[in-house]
Design a protein around this ligand. Structure first.
Ligand code: A3D
Length: 320
């Protein structure tokens, strides 16, 4: 069987980490693409030299030419700019929308059969724009955010309850922004609902609310510490889990920014929902029962995403 091909558009902090993780896991051969000359080539050379030490077989190449992504099975997009302290994800809209246009056209021309995972912020709007510009089917273009946001929620809960992160099943819905909806009613510690676990451990409701709030601003907390950019290890590993689900036809149900039409009362929007990823890309979007309060929170979040889409359409005539 021929090796799979993974194209990484954007060879910055997340792109480089993605390449390392994909190579270590021998997911396939890797092409790192960037507009910056030398960066993808330099990183590819450096990463290739990890192979003999770590014992992986993966051909890693760097390029500034979209023709080199031809035939990619998976494309992961991180091209654009990240946040600096004081910036919201939405501040990146104008500049990253132009980047999505170039990237979408490159994918359309050279890798139209690929499963495309977008990471560029503001995520829910950029994945929508990337789908529009690439013209790929909606089930083959998806955004990474929920896996990361749920991992942040799970990490904080594991610390609070002093249990292994492996036993926390955390759940976050909605847009990847300050209005995201960590859903405690579907979050469990090995099957025990968070509310019950909190009672057992004597953790107050207000402390759980603080953890929910810390999850919402989890990305900003890291931006504030790093000062020169945003998180990259956990975002990269989250996208790799999604790529593996597709390549291995794993039918994993993960929280991802999927195209939702009809379910959750939404009419054609990319937003964070539980979805099944297999060989056909997004194979199902799962609609769960929500309380009135959770529905209200989700509405605030999806309204924020809709506002961003309007801003996209106003910025780019092609999207109107
Ligand atoms: P960074 O290290 O700056 O890398 C971005 C790379 O994109 C740079 O190497 C640029 O040269 C390159 N680039 C710029 N324009 C183009 C273009 N037109 N074509 C190809 N490459 C281009 O950023 P990063 O890797 O830290 O972050 C990348 C993106 O991911 C940013 O938009 C972040 O905001 C976003 N991000 C999203 C999450 C989510 O959970 C959704 C988390 C963390 C970061």
């Amino acid at each position: 069987m021929a090796r799979k091909k993974i194209a990484l558009i954007g060879a910055g902090m997340i792109g480089g980490t993605l390449a390392h993780l994909a190579a270590k896991a021998e997911m396939g051969d890797i092409v790192l693409f960037d507009i910056a000359e030398g960066i993808p080539q330099g990183k590819a050379l450096d990463l290739s030299q990890c192979g003999p030490v770590e014992g992986f077989d993966a051909k890693i190449t760097g390029t500034n030419d979209y023709a080199d992504i031809a035939g990619a099975d998976v494309v992961i997009v991180t091209a654009g700019v990240p946040r600096k302290p004081g910036m919201s994800r939405d501040d990146l809209l104008g500049i990253n929308l132009k980047v999505m246009k170039a990237v979408g056209e490159g994918i359309k021309a050279h890798a139209p059969e690929a499963f495309v995972i977008c990471i560029t912020n503001p995520l829910d709007a950029m994945v929508w724009a990337l789908r529009e510009f690439s013209g790929l089917p909606h089930n083959k273009v998806v955004g990474m955010a929920g896996v990361l946001d749920s991992a942040r929620f799970a990490t904080f809960l594991a610390w609070e309850f002093d249990v292994s992160v492996k036993d926390v099943n955390a759940f976050v819905l909605g847009g990847h922004g300050d209005t995201m909806v960590p859903v405690t009613s579907y979050t469990t510690i090995n099957g025990i609902p968070v509310k019950d676990m909190a009672k057992i451990k004597g953790v107050s409701e207000s402390r759980i609310d603080e953890i929910v709030q810390r999850t919402r601003s989890g990305g900003g907390e890291i931006v504030g510490l790093l000062k020169t950019g945003s998180a990259y290890y956990a975002p990269a590993t989250s996208a790799i889990a999604m790529a593996k689900a597709y390549l291995g036809d794993q039918k994993r149900m993960l929280p991802v920014a999927a195209y939702v039409e009809g379910k959750y009362g939404l009419d054609g929007l990319y937003v964070g929902v539980p979805a099944v990823i297999g060989a056909n890309g997004i194979e199902d979007v799962v609609e769960i029962e929500l309380s009135d309060e959770e529905k209200g929170n989700l509405k605030v979040s999806t309204d924020a995403v809709e506002e961003l889409l309007e801003a996209c359409k106003n910025l780019d005539g092609d999207l109107a």
